[in-house]
Design a protein around this ligand. Structure first.
Ligand code: ADP
Length: 915
């Protein structure tokens, strides 16, 4: 066996004369080997002397390479073939080949009368040079040598580059690709400055090690640089790029960028064969290189702040950008309010209105303009003024209009901020200002969501590299319904380009369709909650409901946003809404207050609970009869709870006895809101994203403080009841080196292991550097191993290597201002809740207009939750068997899939290998 200069191995088989050489090539072709580039047997004497072959087929053998050479000087191991009466398997020089399937080979050999012997796991044959070959479809002790050889051959060299417009979370991609790639036995190279680095080569391509990406998670933009590269758009540029990849031994490329970058990636892969052939022909690469680098694996990650890629619900960087926009609009809001001004705010999005629409929902803007859905009215100026005027008449002191930079009217004329400003000033006399947010939207430090998204998608990208075969199209890693997906890259790019075309041809329906599925839902949410409708969606009198809203349990970001959206939509439908102060304990005291349009103005941006919240559960802490009495007295026809596990338990209790009380036979729903994210029936509760962001910023600050002066391990205590959600997802977002969660508990061996791991980490650190590290511990994980105790153990054990401190985040995790995602989720769930009430009361009310028992079906008491990106109502009856009532959580949590990643990316297995 030989090893090439590139570190890849192949086997050499020598033939003594031309006849044997020809027979040998044919013989191995019969076994399933294919000739590969570089075989030039007809092109002159010197080139007659070798043929490269590659075994195709099963995954495990896909890269097995042999070189057959004509060498008259060779001394053959055996001059004559072995006779069939001998056991060929006893020969001491077996050449073992792993093939995908033995059966077809046996068939071929029999057909051609080539003798072979069978063992239990292999067949034995002799090649024309009298070498005994053992063919096996299983990796077994006999095949130890080829197994090592295969592993070496399969060692992937992955390049990662970031390209096009920068997006927050690209660094999470680089970090996870490097760490996970290394943990999978690959070599990972960073290509600096996007495609420009690939074209320029040299120092722009650097091998990364575990430490190269320290600190990357919290840094916005991309630390390996990005560029717009014109040369890569030319074949000459791509030829240079291919040469640089091959010279560095890189056979796989992960590209993180927008649709332009991913188009470039696909062009590169589709031309690869031609580029390699040309490089070989012009002697820029060797025959061996041309053979080995026949295929390029490309995997795309979508880094784009616009969320403009089809086939994925969300792109890396979009949510961070939304954070910056909402912060800006929230700030402008206060000055607008003080001066009673109007603000016209331009946000990014040339072909995509995602940022504008989401910002509109999250900040409660009065109007949004997006490219995919121009205003329906010919005279949109008047329509906008009417809305602003109506809002002012209702008592609003501010007007906020959000405009995507690519906003259009229905004739494709651009809608520009200055024009809107003039209209508002001239027609309504409003003191109007324009704010163009510009590059602040690129993001800065990534929010928790983008860190997690970048991390899990990059892990999937490395897995896709390892699973790739030449016949598979290049994949793009996406996210659909909270699941990481792999789809053909080119299909996604094509669909994305279709949006622009659909807009150009004024096919706006199609443009909306091509967006992620919830875009349309969110568009509706904005319209029905933000614009006071002119009675066009009002229900007939007899279908109008009296709805009560209660907040239950600890406050969580988004409770107020949900209430605001529910009230506004309900009012537009003609319902009457009552806010109940302090949950069920307020309800039994009769604390109902009617809520009107302006009562909830501004609530979307406010954390905590304006209604007041309480943990009392009916039937346990307050009398069920009293609850029924109050609802009956107020003639309440639907109840919306916003809260955590106590709210869920309340519905469970009500569900048990509702048939005893006619007034409880009404639709009731729960919008899950708790930072612990432990309510069954939803992937995400309101508040949990806000909380993750608090943990991320607190942890960043803590690590920074240590980096300035100390080698220190912080044990950070997070909330979460008996759910490890915050520790697991927070751990992924901050790059924690350990997490302790209630689902696993803590014991001494675990602590000892972690102490050893930390000692190893600090021993291998640069002695000149101080390094802060973070452990996240869920508050309820252990009564014995408290946050303080763990920290003291670490302090003692760390000795001179490191010290330890604690940080208990406590109630700040409830957040001050809800995150944009929590606000948007709240609004969507609220609209679906009102629709749920209408659906379950319609039949009874149509039959009898003053019916009391409006909804008796078991599906009329449900959790309205997020199943991925979709909203679903799941009845208490169906959820109960999936609930661990004792531990107050679902039996199965989706986020457990991320648990192992926290450890892998902490370097646990990597450092134990190099110790
Ligand atoms: P984004 O990736 O953010 O959409 P661009 O459209 O500017 O950003 O593309 C980034 C880079 O991708 C370009 O500078 C160019 O190097 C490369 N690229 C874009 N389109 C192509 C293409 N059709 N062929 C080759 N390379 C391309």
């Amino acid at each position: 066996m030989a090893t090439s200069a590139l570190g890849l191995s192949y086997s050499i088989i020598s033939s003594k004369n031309e006849e044997a050489y020809g027979q040998t090539v044919k013989f191995y072709e019969l076994l399933g080997f294919d000739r590969v580039i570089g075989n030039h047997e007809s092109e002159g004497e010197t080139e007659l002397q070798q043929t490269w072959l590659r075994l195709k087929g099963g995954k495990q053998t896909s890269s097995l390479i042999i070189k057959i050479v004509l060498n008259p000087e060779v001394t053959l191991h055996r001059q004559e073939p072995l006779t069939t009466d001998k056991d060929w398997g006893l020969e001491d020089t077996l050449f073992v080949l792993n093939v995908p399937h033995l059966q077809p080979i046996m068939h071929t050999l029999t057909e051609r009368d080539i003798p072979f012997q069978e063992t239990t796991t292999s067949i034995l044959i002799q090649d024309p040079n009298n070498n005994v070959i053992a063919l096996s479809s299983k990796l077994n002790p006999v095949s130890e040598q080829p197994q090592q050889q295969l592993q070496e051959q399969r060692r992937k060299k992955i390049g990662i580059l970031t390209s096009g417009g920068d997006a927050s979370g690209m660094n999470a991609c680089v970090r996870a690709t490097v760490l996970y790639g290394i943990s999978k036995g690959c070599d990972v190279y960073a290509v600096y400055e996007g495609y420009q680095g690939l074209v320029d080569g040299g120092d722009y391509i650097k091998k990364m090690d575990w430490r190269s990406v320290t600190g990357y998670l919290s840094v916005g933009g991309t630390s390996i640089g990005t560029a717009r590269c014109m040369p890569f758009k030319t074949r000459e540029g791509r030829l240079k790029a291919a040469e640089n990849l091959i010279k560095n031994g890189i056979d796989s490329l992960i590209v993180c960028g927008g649709d332009g970058s991913l188009t470039g990636a696909d062009v590169f892969r589709s031309e690869w064969g031609g580029l390699v052939a040309e490089l070989f022909k012009t002697k820029r690469i060797t025959e061996e290189e041309a053979t080995i680098f026949q295929h390029l694996t490309i995997v795309g990650l979508v880094g784009s702040i616009d969320n403009d890629m089809s086939s994925t619900d969300i792109t890396i960087g979009a949510v961070t950008s939304l954070h910056r926009i909402c912060e800006a609009v929230d700030s402008v809001d206060t000055t607008a309010l003080s001066h009673s001004r109007a603000f016209v705010i331009e946000v990014m999005g040339r072909h995509c209105g995602w940022l504008a629409l989401m910002a509109g929902i999250a900040t409660g803007a009065d109007f949004v303009f997006i490219p995919e859905r121009p205003p329906a009215e010919e005279d949109w100026e008047t329509a906008m003024c009417n809305v602003a005027k109506r809002h002012r008449e209702l008592g609003k002191r501010k007007t906020i209009i959000i405009v995507a930079e690519g906003a259009l009217d229905k004739h494709l004329n651009p809608i520009k901020v200055d024009h809107i400003k003039d209209i508002l000033s001239d027609r309504l006399g409003l003191d109007t200002r324009v704010t163009i947010l510009g590059h602040t939207q690129r993001g800065g430090s990534p929010c928790a969501f983008d860190r997690i998204l970048g991390t899990v998608q990059s892990v999937a990208a490395v897995d896709a590299v390892l699973a790739s075969t030449p016949d598979k199209p290049s994949p793009m890693i996406g996210m659909n319904n909270n699941k990481v997906t792999t789809k053909p890259l080119m299909d996604a790019v094509k669909l994305t380009h279709e949006v622009a075309k659909a807009i150009e041809s004024r096919n706006f329906e199609r443009a909306m369709e091509l967006r992620d599925p919830q875009f349309l839902d969110e568009y509706k949410v904005f319209n029905v909650t933000t614009i006071l409708d002119d009675n066009s969606i009002e229900l007939p009198d007899h279908q109008r409901l009296r709805i009560a809203i209660l907040h239950i349990g600890a406050p969580a970001g988004g409770m107020n946003s949900a209430t605001r959206a529910a009230v506004r939509y309900a009012l537009n439908r003609g319902h009457t809404v009552y806010g109940v102060a302090n949950g069920f304990s307020g309800l039994v005291r009769g604390c109902f207050e009617q809520l009107n349009w302006m009562d909830v103005d501004g609530w979307t941006t406010c954390g905590g609970s304006y209604l007041g919240t309480n943990r009392a559960v009916p039937g346990k802490d307050v009398d069920m009869g009293m609850v029924a009495y109050r609802l009956q007295k107020m003639n309440i026809q639907a109840v919306m709870l916003v809260g955590g596990f106590e709210a869920y338990a309340s519905l469970v209790e009500i569900d048990k006895v509702r048939y005893e009380y006619p007034s409880l036979c009404i639709p009731m729903c729960l919008i899950p809101a708790t930072i612990s994210n432990n309510v069954p029936g939803t992937d995400f509760s309101l508040g949990c994203d806000t909380s993750l962001n608090v943990i991320v910023s607190a942890s960043d600050a803590i690590v920074q403080s240590a980096q300035s002066s100390r080698r220190r391990v912080f044990v950070i205590e997070v909330q979460g009841g008996r759910s490890g959600f915050l520790a697991v997802e927070g751990g992924l977002a901050v790059g924690a080196c350990a997490i302790y969660i209630p689902e696993e508990g803590i014991d001494l061996p675990r602590l000892q292991g972690d102490v050893q791991f930390l000692k190893g980490l600090y021993d291998t650190d640069d002695p000149q550097k101080s390094e802060g590290r973070v452990i996240l511990r869920t508050e309820s994980v252990s009564k014995t191993y408290t946050t303080k105790v763990i920290s003291e153990i670490l302090e003692d054990e760390g000795g001179a290597r490191f010290d330890s401190r604690t940080a208990v985040l406590g109630h700040i995790q409830q957040g001050n201002t809800p995150s944009p995602l929590d606000r948007i989720r709240a609004s969507r769930l609220a609209i679906h809740s009102i629709e749920f009430f209408e659906k379950h009361t319609r039949v009874a009310l149509d039959k009898q207009q003053d019916a009391v028992e409006l909804a008796t079906g078991e599906e009329s008491i449900a959790v309205i939750g997020l199943c991925g990106a979709e909203v679903h109502a799941k009845s208490i009856k169906t959820l109960l068997p999936t609930t661990d009532m004792k531990n107050r959580k679902p039996h199965h949590d989706w986020w457990h899939r991320d648990r192992a990643l926290v450890d892998i990316l902490s370097g646990r297995s990597y450092y134990s290998c190099i110790e």
